[in-house]
Design a protein around this ligand. Structure first.
Ligand SMILES: [Zn+2]
Length: 397
């Protein structure tokens, strides 16, 4: 590999770095090595690339790199323009977002080697916008330095000059340093702002999506409620068809009702608000409840066990199990919203659950049961009067 030759020298009088192209031939170049300060001789022959050579000393190590770094800073100062790379947001699962294309940045104020608390950029551009420029020839910015730059909050680019060909003419070298060499953002204020904006946008979108999902779910719920209402309407239709007399269909439950009636206890007088949402007419399911939860217990002497109680939940599920209620209520008996919806289609009342609760209150008023402070019912002392009637019609298990 051919050793890089020094094509930039430091002019002794002007203290400016000059390209070999502009140097006088031989010692008349009046240049020294920017690294070791030895006198240079300009070799401008026909055979090799024009270059500077150390006149009376050995070629020193790294003179080209040192000269290039100094030359780049001097060039930037004089040219007052530099290409800044594109600002791009890289995203893994979505398309990258281009914030700003690569462009030539023309500036006015520039300070070289200005020291800040924790770092000293090669060039600090002050006008029109603050920008730090780093020229990397032999070493690149360490991660710790980049963190400090971010903390400091000034946009910074790093121009990679490590692969600069030494054979370039001056105009080619200038073009390379100012515009063509690879460069990247160590820190971009604009990128930070854009990232913040995009994050805010994404958050907003996510919130919007959540709201849409809620609306969608509500619509699905409403649709379901509409289907329920259709079923309710079907039940209503059935209800309008006269039932057979209950004493024919349900003698087992009907007989105790007659017994109670003879004893001036009227359970069939309770009018439910949603009669057609039951599978049977009101007198039948009411008789069934009285038989199973009151008369049967009296017969079996369970009233003695004061811990044995029941409530609207227990009775409601019992009605479901015995198919005295449509099975759809096994899931939706407490869904007020479905009943509300159904009620917008026609009169469906408060629903069978509320009817069950109210029927228990009705029984309490008749002093057959009493409610404790936890909403549970127990048989009242009144059962003694009923005992003989109840035993006359033993129900089958
Ligand atoms: Zn030297």
């Amino acid at each position: 590999m051919s050793q890089a030759k020094l094509t930039v020298g430091l002019h002794s009088d002007t203290k400016q770095l000059i390209h070999i192209q502009n140097a006088a031939r031989g010692l008349a170049c009046n240049c020294i090595c920017p690294k070791c300060n030895s006198q240079l001789v300009a070799k401008k022959g026909a055979k090799t690339t024009h270059h500077f050579a150390h006149h009376s000393t050995e070629e020193c190590e790294g003179s080209w790199e040192t000269a290039l770094h100094l030359y780049a800073k001097q060039l930037l100062m004089n040219a007052q323009e530099v290409t800044i790379p594109q600002i791009l947001i890289k995203r893994t699962r979505r398309a990258d977002v281009l914030i700003q294309d690569a462009q030539v940045y023309k500036f006015e104020g520039l300070i070289l080697e200005k020291s800040y608390t924790h770092f000293q950029p090669d060039a600090s551009i002050t006008e029109p916008h603050q920008l730090f420029v780093e020229f990397a020839v032999t070493h690149f910015s360490e991660p710790e330095k980049i963190v400090k730059l971010k903390d400091y909050g000034v946009s910074t680019i790093e121009v990679d000059l490590s692969k600069t060909p030494f054979e370039l003419s001056q105009s080619e070298l200038d073009q390379y340093i100012l515009h063509d060499a690879p460069r990247e953002w160590l820190h971009s204020v604009k990128l930070g702002i854009e990232l913040e904006r995009i994050r805010a946008k994404e958050k907003e979108d996510a919130e919007k999506a959540a709201i849409e999902e809620t609306i969608r779910a509500q619509k699905a719920k409403d649709k379901h409620a509409e289907e329920m209402a259709t079923q309710f309407l079907a039940f209503q239709k059935i209800w309008k068809t006269p039932y057979k007399p209950p004493e024919e269909v349900f003698p087992k439950w009907w007989n105790p009702i007659q017994t109670l009636k003879n004893n001036r206890i009227y359970i069939g007088t309770y009018q439910p608000s949603s009669p057609f949402l039951f599978e049977v007419e009101p007198r039948v399911w009411q008789a069934a409840i009285v038989d199973a939860f009151i008369l049967k217990r009296i017969r079996e002497g369970q009233y003695k066990h004061s811990t044995r109680h029941f409530n609207a939940d227990i009775i409601f599920h019992w009605l479901l199990d015995r198919k005295l209620l449509p099975s759809l209520f096994s899931v939706y008996y407490d869904a007020d919203h479905i009943l509300d919806y159904a009620n917008s289609f026609g009169h469906f009342g408060d629903g069978p659950y509320a009817d069950t609760q109210n029927f228990l209150i009705h029984l309490e008023r008749q002093k057959l049961i009493w409610e404790d402070n936890k909403g549970n019912y127990r048989l009242s002392k009144f059962h003694h009067a009923l005992n003989k009637y109840a035993s006359r019609y033993p129900s089958k298990p």
